[in-house]
Design a protein around this ligand. Structure first.
Ligand code: ADP
Ligand code: MG
Length: 724
């Protein structure tokens, strides 16, 4: 099939109906997760009680209980046709890992029986040597452990019972995303509870919440298969922009094409059956770009669910003849994809700590958490940026369509005014919500309609949106845990320090609310002057101003990772118990190594496609033109009628030569970089190569404009980007 057949086929593809749902959503919601309802039904009283104590109170699970739980789970799983079991974990790669074991064992009578016991549930020892560890675990010590995380429910995918687990080395270091995330969530709870107790002594736990918004592209699978770059790197390494892309603003929130809607419906049904509260779906800004978002939930679970959804998206898309692109920048010239991480904190008494309260006390609590979050973001702005940095996200950040490569916080008019006012009034001034009380002079007021009137500033990487912060710089294919671990740990550290400040004020004989406000004031002053910025983050002036304010403006990804091992970060992560210094160093090695590999693969694919696909097509067209020129010379005796052909030939010669020169230079640069021993230095060398990919791309995109459309070997942007 040639390119035109593929395009025609893609255009003609009919919508595949979504799986018929089994009744109302609420009827099948969660049917494939071992949730509380199933626990009550399938577990004996002792096992149930012990498991709940483990989930809610963090009590360790003993072998006897694990056996009891496994018995109940097995019964439930077999009823759903399960034949296999796997520990499901999140190594430091993209995506999740699983190794399936069948449930069978010999029954001693020549046959087999289904078995599943507490040991299989609680712990396994996958060979860890093939997962990135940054040298924590040398190959000769290949043992790694996966251990069940009972706070995330076991679920069924096809015929397999999946057990969410942490993944750690023999010596106890984390080899995954989940372990440090769980530690950070504990740290933020431990640090926040004593502060909540100033307001409500009954609080015993603080939850971190995550509501992710997943952006993605869909492309037709036939066209995808004809683009080696998409298949291997997840993005187009070249492609001239389509005459029409997003300039008419006609895609965002537009009607969803029926083929896409059927895919979305299937995805939602699959998600709902797995207890994932998928809620929102819509077209995004770029053509073929879409978004989905669930109702927010506890961060560890919400992150697991995001991992499951990314997996479901890939499988379900294929059923509908699509491929999902989760790469941050699959197409040049149109918006890339991110994953907004809506983040908040709430108590076990149901209070949202980043939403205005019902009264002056509630509002002071809100301001306390609000300001301390800003302080954490101020102190660790460079580290937070490092937490979302990657070879792929680098293409999106700092481009004028996504968050700038400077982490600042957007507050909106209301909260900016509130903070300024708080600095002016005495520390015992009540903070009220306007409309709830009769107005009296001296109050600092937050308007009641506040949640809805927070401005929308899409240029801010960390925006307050009424009852939460949106960390908008996370990459679309990233594991949210990287960003969420850093954010929660940084906030934990700040809250610990703040508590000490308040205690000092109380020791001076001040009442608690006054002590809190006095401790807050210098922080408010500081955040207003540095990290708070409501203006346009895309401008050159902001870059200068941010630098003047001391915010990090680094754009080189391998250099950004150095933030993780800076003394302030090591202190923060070790104090909160999230990462040891050894783990931080090891993870940086993994990050640099991954960066190198990603760029190396892109660069190889690009050079090969340039020389094997593009140059031959250009030379074929050149040959055709040359023949025409020779014929013209024979017929007319001169070249007077060949000006156009000759001009085009000049262009082809120029661009083909540029491709050859740049491709050769890139190969040479790779050779030099590959022999650099030090991982960091090698990553720096590859950063240069990453920059030069754009250089090689330019003459290729020019050739696309010049070469006969019929001879162009790759589906073009205009063909890839418009699903009918
Ligand atoms: P928008 O695109 O306007 O930001 P969406 O509806 O697409 O809005 O997404 C909002 C996301 O924010 C959803 O995932 C939602 O669950 C989440 N969210 C809402 N409130 C909170 C909160 N208090 N904490 C964390 N996430 C929240
Ligand atoms: Mg949002």
């Amino acid at each position: 099939m040639d390119r035109f057949d593929l395009v025609k086929e893609s255009f003609m593809k009919k919508e595949v109906p979504a799986c018929a749902p089994a009744g109302k959503t609420s009827d099948y919601y969660g049917e494939l997760v071992f949730d509380r309802k199933k626990m009550c039904k399938y577990l004996d009283a002792d096992s149930l009680q012990a498991l709940l104590a483990c989930i809610e109170g963090g009590k360790p699970l003993d072998r006897k209980t694990a056996d009891g739980v496994a018995r109940g789970m097995k019964e439930w799983a077999i009823e759903h046709g399960v034949t296999h079991v796997t520990h499901w974990f999140q190594p430091l790669t993209e995506g999740t890992a699983e190794k399936h074991d069948s449930l069978i064992d010999y029954d001693g009578k020549g046959g087999v029986i289904e078995t599943f016991d507490g040991k299989m549930l609680a712990q396994q020892e996958p060979d860890a040597s093939s997962f990135p560890s940054g040298g924590i675990r040398a190959t000769f010590e290949a043992r790694g452990y996966t251990a069940w995380d009972p706070t995330s429910p076991v679920f069924i995918l096809d015929d397999t019972l999946c057990i969410p687990t942490v993944f750690i080395s023999y010596t106890g270091e984390a080899l995954d995303y989940k372990t440090p995330l769980k530690k950070a969530l504990k740290a933020v709870s431990d640090a926040a509870v004593p502060i909540c107790k100033y307001f409500d002594p009954g609080v015993t736990k603080v939850y971190s919440y995550l509501g992710w918004e997943q952006e993605y592209f869909l492309v037709d699978e036939g066209l995808y298969a004809a683009r080696t770059d998409l298949m291997i790197t997840g993005r187009t390494l070249f492609g001239h922009s389509s005459s029409k892309n997003q300039q008419l603003d006609d895609h965002y929130f537009a009607a969803i094409p029926p083929r896409v809607a059927a895919f979305m419906r299937d995805l939602e049904i699959a998600g709902h059956r797995l207890g994932i509260p998928l809620k929102t779906r819509h077209n995004e800004v770029a053509p073929n770009q879409f978004e989905l978002a669930p109702i927010y939930g506890e961060t560890n679970l919400a992150n697991d669910q995001n991992q499951i959804v990314m997996n479901l998206m890939n499988r379900i898309a294929r059923k509908h003849g699509f491929v999902v692109l989760l790469h941050e920048k699959p197409f040049d010239g149109v918006n890339g994809s991110g994953k907004h991480n809506n983040w908040s904190l709430g108590t076990d008494k149901g209070t949202q700590l980043l939403a205005p309260g019902k009264d002056a006390k509630g509002n002071l609590q809100f301001i306390t958490f609000f300001v301390n979050v800003l302080a954490a973001v101020q102190k660790h702005n460079a580290l937070l940026k490092a937490s979302i940095a990657s070879a792929t996200n680098a293409h999106r950040l700092g481009a004028n369509e996504a968050p700038p490569a400077i982490v600042s916080a957007f507050l909106g008019r209301t909260m900016t005014d509130v903070l300024h006012k708080l600095l002016e009034v005495p520390s015992d001034t009540p903070i009220e919500i306007a409309g709830k009380k009769s107005k009296s002079v001296g109050l600092v007021e937050i308007p009641e309609v506040f949640v809805d009137n927070t401005d929308r500033n899409r240029t801010s990487p960390f925006a307050f949106t009424g009852n939460r912060f949106e960390f908008r710089a996370v990459g679309s294919c990233a594991n949210c845990a990287g960003a969420m671990t850093t954010l929660n740990a940084a906030v934990a550290e700040q809250l610990i320090a703040f508590k000490e400040d308040v205690e000092k004020e109380i020791a001076k004989g001040k009442k608690v609310p006054v002590a809190i406000m006095d401790a807050l004031k210098p922080i408010i002053k500081s955040v207003i002057d540095t990290v708070c910025f409501d203006g346009n983050g895309y401008t050159e002036e902001w870059k200068k101003e941010a630098e003047r304010r001391g915010l990090d403006i680094e754009t080189n990804v391998p250099k950004m990772f150095c933030q993780f091992t800076k003394p302030a970060s090591v202190e923060m992560f070790t104090k909160t118990g999230v990462y040891s210094e050894k783990e931080l160093a090891a993870r940086n090695d993994v990050k640099w190594e991954t960066y190198v590999k990603k760029v190396q693969i892109e660069s190889r694919v690009m050079v090969r496609m340039a020389l094997n696909h593009i140059v031959p097509a250009a030379l074929e067209y050149k040959g055709k033109l040359l023949k025409e020129v020779i014929m013209a010379k024979e017929i007319y005796g001169n070249l007077d009628n060949c000006t156009t052909e000759l001009r085009i030939l000049d262009d082809i010669n120029k661009y083909v030569e540029a491709v050859r020169v740049k491709a050769t230079a890139m190969k040479e640069a790779r050779k030099k970089a590959n022999v650099i021993e030090d991982t960091y230095e090698r990553a720096l060398a590859y950063h240069e190569i990453a920059e030069s990919l754009y250089d090689l791309r330019k003459p290729i995109d020019k050739l696309e404009e010049v070469v006969d459309n019929k001879m162009w070997p790759l589906p073009k942007y205009r063909e890839l980007l418009f699903i009918s």
